[in-house]
Ligand binder design. Structure first.
Ligand code: FAD
Length: 452
């Protein structure tokens, strides 16, 4: 069997690894149009802040290692078109200009997404950057040590914008971050959490402005100098645009069924509308556990699960894509937070209307342990369906890293567990780590009281 995998990021990497596990005899061809395979944008902040020194190590895989495992890797080679009737792809070799056709038995597309750029006057000026992939990582890193750069303007306060803002603030730059949402991280956390994080940003020199519409990039000598918005003009010698992504699906437009936003439609086996062509990652949607509907959640964790699912099915073993809840975690200066599933403030966006929530504030470990010894306040919010108690979401934040609790909530959502199940669930107790009633027990017990 000959399998072609297109794209070498999270989805493509997992599809290749999955195929090696499922069918070690398969001939695997792996294509990447860029000049580097499997760069992890997830690791970009670690590189920008200097925790990881070498940009080339921010990757799952090297060409040499993949080839040692028998995979044929083609870098700087782009799949330009697909002939689904003859089951072949047309390859453009971007390095030497040559072209050829390659046949396939199974084709797995992990072609991903590209950053959305603002279509406003001044959009062609220099120093308007995106934040995705190795090339942007290198360019951003150079800006961090540019002594002429004083003001950085970040558009979009999702987790990518937050990472950009924090990295540049730590590099000593004056940072403004804006969003058309009124709250930063508004899709990830409710206001009890984002109020604290906005304050945390302020104390660390990052200015957040919400409900902003960018009107124009103002330039001088071809370079950006300022950003005009409906809430004033901001100095900016560098703009980082992190206002979402667009599916990179022009390759399959007219061939595969796409949704209204251009994402590839897939079934529960990751198969597209054309037999033997599978698609995974940010170019697709995922089954959203809280509602059972398909949802667009651009996460590496999702792409990896989809990649494994596509590989299994392409190899002939039936595997359904697991339902996911958009679980993510991040640090903002001293705080660590994580969230999953439905949030109270934005439930309508997830297709939910009647969710209820309980917020609990308590110490991470028994109060006899001082803050100097590592104790810290923890804020945890559980969101549930008041009609049957089903758990729909959870959010947690603390200056102590308690983020892993959210994995329990994600699993509870996936398993359709209720606050009744969670109220007395068995969690360990050791005063150095936790309390006799974990904060999730506490919140679920309060939720049960509110339902009854
Ligand atoms: P992409 O990463 O979009 O990659 C697609 C690849 O396909 C590209 O390399 C492209 O060059 C190649 N390609 C496309 N078309 C062709 C073609 N025709 N021929 C050959 N090659 C082609 N997610 C998390 O879960 N946790 C995190 O902490 C996290 N942090 C992030 C931080 C940043 C700064 C960013 C930008 C994203 C982060 N994400 C995180 C999201 C995660 O990176 C994406 O969800 C993930 O990259 C999606 O992977 P993908 O395989 O769909 O495709």
């Amino acid at each position: 069997m000959k399998v072609i995998v297109v794209g070498s990021s999270h989805g493509g990497y997992e599809a290749v690894r999955g195929m090696l596990l499922e069918n070690p005899e398969a001939e695997i061809q792996w294509y990447e149009r860029g000049d580097f395979i499997s760069f992890l944008s997830c690791g970009m902040e670690l590189y920008l802040e200097g925790t990881v020194k070498d940009v080339n190590t921010v990757a799952y895989e090297t060409v040499e290692n993949a080839e040692k495992d028998g995979v044929h890797v083609f870098v700087q080679q782009e799949i330009a078109s697909i002939d689904e009737k003859n089951k072949s792809v047309h390859v453009n070799n971007l390095a030497d200009g040559s072209e050829r056709d390659e046949s396939y038995d199974k084709l797995i597309l992990a072609i991903g997404a590209t950053p959305r750029r603002l279509d406003v006057p001044g959009k062609d000026l220099e120093n308007l950057y995106a934040m995705r992939g190795r090339n942007w990582a290198i360019k951003l890193k150079q800006k961090m040590v540019d002594p002429d750069l004083k003001h950085v303007f970040v558009i979009g306060s999702g987790y990518i914008g937050i990472e950009a803002a924090e990295a540049f603030a730590k590099a000593g730059k004056e940072v403004t971050i804006v969003d058309h949402n009124p709250r930063l991280l508004g899709n990830y956390l409710d206001s009890e959490f984002t109020d604290k994080l906005t304050q945390e940003f302020k104390e660390n020199g990052v200015n957040f402005v919400g409900s902003v519409n960018v009107a124009e990039f103002v330039g001088e000598d071809g370079k950006v100098k300022a950003v005009k918005t409906d809430q004033g003009t901001f100095d900016a010698e560098l703009v980082v645009e992190t206002a979402g992504v667009l599916p990179n699906t022009s390759l399959v437009d007219g061939l595969l069924d796409l949704d209204e936003r251009g994402r590839i439609k897939i079934d529960e086996h990751q198969e597209t509308s054309v037999e033997d062509i599978y698609a995974v990652g940010d170019a697709t949607k995922v089954p959203y556990a809280p509602t059972g509907e398909l949802s667009s959640i651009a996460l590496a964790s999702n792409a990896r699960r989809q990649g494994r699912t596509a590989a299994a099915n392409a190899a002939g073993r039936e595997l359904k894509m697991t339902a996911v809840s958009g679980s993510s975690a991040l640090s903002v200066f001293n705080y660590h937070f994580a969230s999953t599933g439905v949030k109270q403030d934005t439930q309508e966006k997830c297709g939910v209307t009647n969710a209820k929530s309980v917020l609990v504030e308590d110490w991470a470990v028994p109060p006899f342990v001082s803050e100097e010894a590592g104790n810290a306040k923890v804020y945890f919010k559980i969101t549930f369906d008041p009609t049957d108690g089903r758990i729909l979401g959870g959010q947690i934040m603390s200056t102590r890293d308690v983020t892993a609790n959210i994995n329990t909530i994600s699993f509870a959502i996936q398993q359709k567990a209720t606050v009744y199940d969670l109220a007395y669930a068995d969690f360990f107790f050791q005063p150095g780590f936790d309390r006799p009633w974990n904060i999730m027990n506490e919140a679920a017990q309060e939720a049960v009281r509110q339902i009854n």
